[in-house]
Design a protein around this ligand. Structure first.
Ligand code: ZN
Length: 849
């Protein structure tokens, strides 16, 4: 069963525009068709879904939680207010979590942010809240709020928080952090600092007046702080704060058959890329909310909404509606949900006369409640998920009334790309359980952009996304490209329901699946790597994969190169008969004289007058929907003098990183070592073995076979361990004792000094200088060693401004005839990004003796 989900529902509503402004900005309304609601699977269906929906119609209260990252939210509080109190509930995460580590795949940065956005949406489908983001990018760990605010731009992100508050119009705002150093991470502190400022600024028309074209100022009533309770002491602290309000999220919901904390466990377990699988603890669970600003709750108040009217009485003329809807709840019969429809239609007529954003919201919810009571199945389906600009799509629709309540399908309107096209020619009575279906044709506009996620379409500004359409700011995801609006009639009352046009198909293993309609280029240019390293002045072969997205395409591909660089041949032709065919076109690229700065190569395909400069990447991490992005067909060309003596490299992949390809750039032959390799294979064939990031945390086979690896070193091999976190799985690494700590150097420009000038890692075969530490990204390193045996030599020292020197980022020891190296420097970030100096230093590690 599909029920209307709360996610992105503000899109469909007129919350954006108060009634009196609608005339003035009527032109915008057509654009709002783009902003359609999302429909999603929820864990509840049938009677529980209807009861949730009817109860929700009676409540006009809202609460917005604000924090910094995916995983900072308190899913128990969200579930309690959304599923238990039927409030409109939202979570604003300042960032999409781009800077964290990915436990389910190699994706980093933008792609990780994309995955986390979907994980949060999946979590919200379970706990019932809505999801929002600002333009801020998680740039990695930050020790101070000052650094964070400087990287994001204080006014820019403040304006986004104000915007989300003005759109969402919460009665109560809940912060997860205090805005003090107690919060740790600078981004955590900033979420509370900006949350407090925005709470005041959202109601002030002189702040961010440019937003008032779309929204009105909004004064939330109350600001509360819900602190983390990691320890018994913290919980005791919160429990003893004067004026605090206690919420028991362990309360049992007999209709849903779970407590809110149990829902929270399910919701939290959707944060798969962060490994947040959580238990569903039944029984009591105390949460505390402490007043920060706004109207204080009455002394000894038991409820965060104390003194706030969350009923229909808050709207002029709303009382009668409230009475009818309460009757609908009271008289609902699970065996005969259709008997509730007349009351809903009666309430609908009342609500339609009330001019308030709440009423517009509730009308959409009410339409969906009618659909649930009638078991109405409305579907719009295409036979392929991918369409090219200018193509015609066949949209098959089905309308099925699974109740005995008489209904009529009155009109169908396709909304989305290029505006709306209405057809009235489909008027049909919906007889009980008799489907009405047919096909509609839709022409995709020739200038329709490819379906790149909206926040990735324009170049970033430092550590923020560029989103030029104000109305898209805050949204978690693109609205569906195309929607079908079903105009219906029941009991003489017209109402409508919007459904996204999707591709529905059957997978032999996973059964019926749906996939979002996606606009794709006729061909995609996929480049096997983001960076090509030229360790000498010689030409290198660069291959471009040309993949047809539609049948029968032909054209040519050229490379656009920076001055001084050249490619041979100038262009290559391709011709493909079928979609999904692939062809590799190879060019010999010769670098310019001299070693810097990095240059750029752009692939450009010409197909029938159209110029295409993008690739296409599908990210698949079930149960998330497949995600499609169109990265520019651009490669960074790095000319750096890098010598390496190692040839055969064994790599033990850990949590996932892009190091093997980076090492191949040096001309090395890299083998990924499996569990059976670690157990049985002769390792002496490898010049060096490298373990991936968090390999000891994630691979039991590596932990068990560590003695074999140390034997290999003793017999003349080389072992390089990268960073691991100090979790319960971590075993002592290396031939001699050392302890992994929590020290990290987050400032990527932090000075690096040499602690042992004679160490071969600083000179062989590449002479390392200060220049090799220029141009690093995100951070210097993390989880450095905090203590080590005297048999280790340190090599480098670095630390954040004002902090103590850290020499544990690189340890070197000879062991038997071989060499062991531990390094917490962020090679897994720097090498894939093409940082020349990092390549030179890592080449020395591979070549160590
Ligand atoms: Zn966080």
């Amino acid at each position: 069963m599909r029920i209307h989900s709360a996610n992105s529902r503000l899109l469909s509503r007129d919350r954006l525009l108060s009634r009196d402004r609608q005339g003035a900005v009527a032109a915008l309304l057509t654009c709002l068709f783009l902003l359609a609601p999302a429909f999603a699977q929820t864990p509840f269906s049938g009677t529980p879904a209807i009861e949730q929906s009817l109860e929700k119609l009676t409540v006009l209260g809202s609460v917005l939680m604000i924090a910094a990252h995916p995983d900072d939210e308190n899913t128990a509080i969200l579930a309690y207010y959304a599923r238990g109190r039927h409030m409109r509930t939202g979570y604003l995460s300042l960032t999409r979590g781009e800077g964290g580590q990915n436990l389910i795949g190699p994706e980093q940065g933008d792609l990780l942010g994309l995955i986390r956005s979907q994980e949060l949406l999946a979590a919200r489908r379970i706990d019932g809240a809505e999801q929002y983001f600002t333009r801020a990018i998680d740039f990695g760990f930050s020790k101070t709020p000052e650094e964070t605010l400087e990287k994001w731009g204080r006014e820019r992100i403040l304006s986004d928080v104000v915007w989300v508050i003005r759109r969402f119009r919460p009665d109560v705002v809940i912060l997860r952090f205090s805005g003090t150093p107690r919060d740790g991470h600078g981004q955590h502190q900033v979420s509370a600092i900006l949350g407090k400022e925005a709470f005041a600024a959202a109601g002030d028309p002189s702040r961010f007046p440019e937003q008032l074209k779309f929204v009105e100022p909004w004064k939330a009533r109350r600001l509360l702080f819900n602190s983390f309770s990691f320890t018994k002491e913290m919980e005791k602290d919160a429990a003893e704060t004067p004026g605090r309000i206690e919420v028991d999220t362990g309360a049992y919901n007999p209709v849903l058959g779970v407590s809110y904390s149990q829902i929270a466990g399910m919701s939290r377990s959707m944060h798969r890329s962060q490994g947040m699988g959580a238990s569903q603890r039944p029984g009591p669970s105390r949460q505390f909310l402490v007043p920060v600003a706004g109207d204080a709750p009455a002394k000894d108040a038991k409820d965060a909404f104390d003194g706030i009217d969350t009923t229909w009485n808050r709207l002029p003329g709303g009382a009668e509606t409230g009475r009818i809807l309460a009757e609908a709840v009271r008289t609902f019969e699970p065996d005969h949900p259709e008997r509730t429809i007349p009351l809903l239609l009666k309430a609908r007529a009342q609500i339609a006369t009330i001019h308030d954003p709440w009423a517009s919201d509730k009308l959409v919810e009410l339409n969906e409640a009618i659909a649930l009571c009638a078991g109405l199945w409305l579907d719009a389906n295409t036979d392929s998920y991918a369409v090219a600009p200018g193509a015609t799509v066949e949209v098959g629709y089905t309308a099925l009334n699974r109740s005995v309540f008489p209904m009529v399908l009155d009109s169908l309107t396709l909304e989305g790309m290029g505006g709306a096209s209405r057809t009235d020619a489909h008027r049909a009575a919906l007889e009980s359980n008799q489907p009405v279906n047919a096909q509609l044709k839709f022409a995709v506009p020739a200038d329709q952009p490819y379906s790149q996620p909206f926040w990735l379409r324009e170049p970033k500004q430092g550590d923020t996304y560029t989103i030029s359409d104000q109305r898209m700011v805050g949204l978690p995801d693109d609205p569906p490209l195309l929607n079908l609006r079903f105009g219906l009639e029941a009991g003489g009352v017209a109402f409508d329901l919007l459904r996204p046009v999707r591709h529905r198909y059957v997978d032999r293993v996973d059964g019926e699946q749906t996939r979002a309609l996606t606009v794709v280029p006729p061909v995609a240019l996929n480049l096997p790597q983001d960076v090509v390293l030229f360790p000498s002045g010689d030409a290198r072969q660069v291959a471009i994969q040309v993949r047809a997205d539609v049948p029968k395409v032909a054209g040519d591909v050229r490379l656009a190169l920076d001055a001084g660089w050249s490619a041979e041949p100038v262009s290559r032709n391709f011709e493909q008969a079928q979609a999904a065919q692939q062809q590799a076109l190879t060019f010999a690229v010769t670098p310019a004289k001299g070693v810097d700065p990095p240059a750029q190569l752009r692939g450009v395909a010409h197909v029938g007058g159209r110029e295409i400069g993008v690739g296409m990447q599908v990210i698949s991490h079930p149960p998330l929907p497949p995600l499609t992005v169109f990265p520019p067909a651009v490669v960074k060309l790095v000319r750096a003098d890098v010598r390496v003596t190692a040839r055969k490299v064994g790599y033990v992949m850990g949590a996932g990183d892009e190091m093997p390809d980076a090492i191949r750039q040096l001309g090395c032959d890299v083998t990924l070592l499996t569990a059976s390799d670690l157990e049985q294979r002769g390792l002496s064939e490898f010049d060096v073995i490298v373990t991936g990031v968090r390999a000891y945390n994630t691979r039991a086979d590596l932990r068990v076979n560590l003695p074999r690896l140390l034997d290999y070193v003793h017999n003349g091999g080389k072992l390089i361990d990268q960073y691991n976190v100090t979790d319960a799985n971590l075993v002592p690494m290396g031939p001699y004792p050392f302890k992994v700590g929590h020290d990290r150097v987050t400032v990527e420009e932090a000075p690096v000094t040499f602690t042992n000038l004679g160490n071969p890692l600083l000179s062989t075969p590449n002479e390392i200088t200060q220049k090799d530490f220029e141009g690093w990204i995100q951070e210097r390193g993390l989880y450095f060693a905090s203590e080590w045996d005297a048999r280790y030599q340190t090599v480098l020292e670095s630390h954040d401004p004002g902090e103590k020197p850290l020499a544990g980022g690189m340890l070197y020891a000879r062991y038997g005839k071989g060499v062991y190296i531990f390094s917490g420097y962020a090679w897994f970030r720097e090498l894939p990004a093409g940082v020349a100096g990092a390549y030179r230093l890592f080449a020395n590690m591979l070549s160590a003796h």
